[in-house]
Design a protein around this ligand. Sequence first.
Ligand SMILES: Cc1cc2nc3c(=O)[nH]c(=O)nc-3n(C[C@H](O)[C@H](O)[C@H](O)COP(=O)(O)OP(=O)(O)OC[C@H]3O[C@@H](n4cnc5c(N)ncnc54)[C@H](O)[C@@H]3O)c2cc1C
Length: 460
Amino acid sequence: MKDYASYSFWLETSGDDLTPRPRLDGSIDVDIAVMGAGYTGLWTAYYLLKRDPSLRVAVVEREIAGFGASGRNGGWCYPGFPVSIGLLRERFGTETARTISRAMFETVDEIERVIAHEGIDAQWARGGALRLARGEHQRASVENAYKTLTALGLAEPYELLDAAQATERVRVTDTVAALYNPAGASVHPARLARGLARAVERLGGTIYEQTPVVDYETGRSPRLITASGDVRAKTIVLAGEAYAQQLPKLRRTLVPMYSLIVLTEPLSESDWEQIGWRNRELVASSRMSVDYLNRTADGRILFGGRGAPYRMHSLIDDSLDRHGPTHDMLRRMTIDWFPMLEDVRFTHAWGGPLGMPRDWMPTTSYDAAAGVARAGGYTGQGVATANLFGRILADLISGHVTPLTQLPTVNHRSPRWEPEPFRWLGIRYAQEGFARLDRNAERTGQAPTGRNLVERIGRH
Ligand SMILES: Cc1cc2nc3c(=O)[nH]c(=O)nc-3n(C[C@H](O)[C@H](O)[C@H](O)COP(=O)(O)OP(=O)(O)OC[C@H]3O[C@@H](n4cnc5c(N)ncnc54)[C@H](O)[C@@H]3O)c2cc1C
């Protein structure tokens, strides 16, 4: 059996017994069959059962609940949608952009409510989120984000901070400004996933672990197909995120992008005196190649970022969870941000794949005639979004028309990714391009122009 605790600090400290639940043993008939016990699958099961406790719901998971991104992420529970508010406005109009933004704020409240209601000890801390401008070259990005929010009438809870106000919250080198959003919360990701799995079971759902789905059928007799039997259902729900594209029928719907994390030992009180960060705000800068930080409940710094290279044929493999050069870069960045930690010990390093659609637009889809629903494509912003999408799927499947089922993500179809080797060439070009733009901006102090091909490809 795999040592599941070794996949992330979060699984290691989940406070839950990671011994797998029983596998599926023979074919069964249920109402709803969910593939994947991450946030998407579990929230969907949770809300369906809340709505109708008599439903027979089975969740089929290849490993254990929370094995994927849901048990490994940066712990940012944040109202940011995977597509920026500015781009949402361009694509769908002002009113829709506002509606999605409000729905995301409500989603963080909803997760807080369920955590309390279900008694999930998820180390929830509502410290807000700080997007820093580190260096003058990042200032425009932060200020423009605030301008867009103002133009949409959504600036109200946000605060644009100057360098002194920002460093009063957390002392990060080179900070020149920041955008503060009070709604963000730090969460222990695996405790949330494992706690949710228990909540689903309390409501009467069954979770089969170590049961890979190898194929599925839709239409007259929808079912998930596994080596140890079929799960026949009225509706199947495909919630495998980055891993789902391994099924032949879902090839090229998403690509797996690896996000990696390093973690320090618990810092001393004198280190925290120097750093501040008393409210456990979520912290990131405005780099194109993405960084995200969290202060854990036990006083460590988590530093995450992208940069691990995409592998040909959308490979997902445990060996890719650790990429020396990227983990080294993240350790160097930690010291660069907090020079007083020069001698700090890093105790953990891990990573995992997130799912990225070709147009960055996440999807919730439901085809009643075919008996199939699907949600995902969060591009690394799924902690909150998966709750919203779980509620949307539950509404769609149970036939309730609500404001959420009118959102443009519903039945949105992203284009498929290119076949290889073009996919590899394009993604590697973009990854190298983002890194180069960041390096140039840091060296010259000039913000990227926005006109570069890579910037246009990566706009989201
Ligand atoms: C390192 C990292 C850091 C991140 N940080 C953040 C963050 O701070 N904030 C944020 O909002 N988002 C973050 N994300 C993204 C976020 O974690 C995900 O968007 C979210 O967890 C997706 O949930 P999910 O249930 O859709 O997918 P997953 O959690 O990946 O779950 C999918 C599940 O399906 C199972 N599965 C797949 N295929 C099969 C099959 N064939 N048969 C059976 N089971 C199958 C998998 O084993 C897995 O358990 C991060 C992601 C990573 C990897």
